[in-house]
Design a protein around this ligand. Structure first.
Ligand code: SIN
Ligand code: FE2
Length: 214
C-alpha cells in the first residue's frame, strides 16, 4: 500500500508562526505552477516601485483575486485592478483557495494573492510588516515554489532581534495570531536549490484577507 505522507507543522518557537515543510508535494507544486502561469498571462508581472522615491524593487510582482497589493510613488495599498493593464486581477487559483480553507482556520476566503517573483542574485525583500489589511486577525498564508530562500523574522519593532531559516519549494508558512505583525523579509535566494522553475528563481504567493467579513 502506498504510504500517505502527511505534512506536520513544525514549531518555530514563535507563537502563531507555523511552518508546514513540503506541504505541497512535487506533483502539487507542478500543478500550482501551471495554474499560476495560466493566470499570469492575464496579469503580467511588473516591477513595483518604492513609495515616494519611485525606486524600483529587485523583484517583480503580480496579483490574483478581487484585490491586489501594489506599491508605487503613491504608497502601499490594495487595488482592484492591475496597474499596467487596468484590468481586474484574475481569480485566485482554486488550489490556493483550498489550501486556505484547509489550514488558515479563518471563516472567510482570502481576497488577495500577491505573487512575488525572485530572479537573480540580487532579488530580496527588506524587513517589513504586513499591515495594510483591515482584517488583521486573519493569518497571512505564504507558499514557496522553486529555489529556497533565507527567510528572516523579527519582532514588532524594526530593530528587534531577528532569526532566519530556510523556506524550500512546497513549504507553507502561516503568519498568524501573535505573530501576524512580526517584521519579516527575504535575505536572499539560494541559486540551484530547486529544479522546479526553468532557469531558476523563486515564486512566493501570499494569501491575505483584506476586508473584515460582513
Ligand atoms: C512577503 O513578505 O510579502 C514575501 C515573503 C516571501 O517571499 O516569502
Ligand atoms: Fe510580507
Amino acid at each position: 500500500m502506498k504510504e500517505r505522507r502527511v505534512a506536520l507543522p513544525v514549531e518555530t518557537g514563535l507563537e502563531g508562526l507555523i511552518l508546514y515543510p513540503a506541504l505541497l508535494d512535487g506533483a502539487a507544486q507542478e500543478a500550482l505552477l501551471a495554474a499560476l502561469r495560466e493566470s499570469a498571462r492575464k496579469a503580467p508581472p511588473y516591477r513595483p516601485r518604492m513609495p515616494r522615491t519611485g525606486q524600483p524593487w529587485s523583484i517583480m510582482q503580480t496579483n490574483f483575486g478581487p484585490l491586489g497589493w501594489v506599491s508605487d510613488e503613491r504608497g502601499y495599498r490594495y487595488e482592484p485592478r492591475h496597474p499596467v493593464t487596468g484590468d481586474p486581477w484574475p481569480p485566485i487559483p482554486a488550489m490556493l483557495l483550498d489550501l486556505w480553507a484547509r489550514i488558515a482556520g479563518w471563516p472567510a476566503p482570502p481576497e488577495a494573492c500577491l505573487v512575488n517573483i525572485y530572479r537573480g542574485e540580487k532579488a530580496k525583500m527588506g524587513l517589513h510588516q504586513d499591515r495594510d489589511e483591515a482584517a488583521l486577525d486573519a493569518p497571512v498564508l505564504s507558499v514557496s515554489l522553486g529555489d529556497s530562500c533565507i527567510f528572516r523574522v523579527g519582532g514588532f519593532a524594526r530593530g528587534d532581534r531577528t532569526r532566519s531559516f530556510r523556506l524550500a519549494s512546497g513549504d507553507v508558512l502561516v503568519l498568524g495570531g501573535a505573530s501576524r505583525l512580526r517584521f519579516h523579509g527575504i535575505d536572499r535566494i539560494i541559486p540551484g536549490s530547486s529544479s522546479l522553475i526553468e532557469g531558476g528563481g523563486r515564486l512566493n504567493l501570499t494569501l491575505r484577507r483584506v476586508t473584515k467579513p460582513q
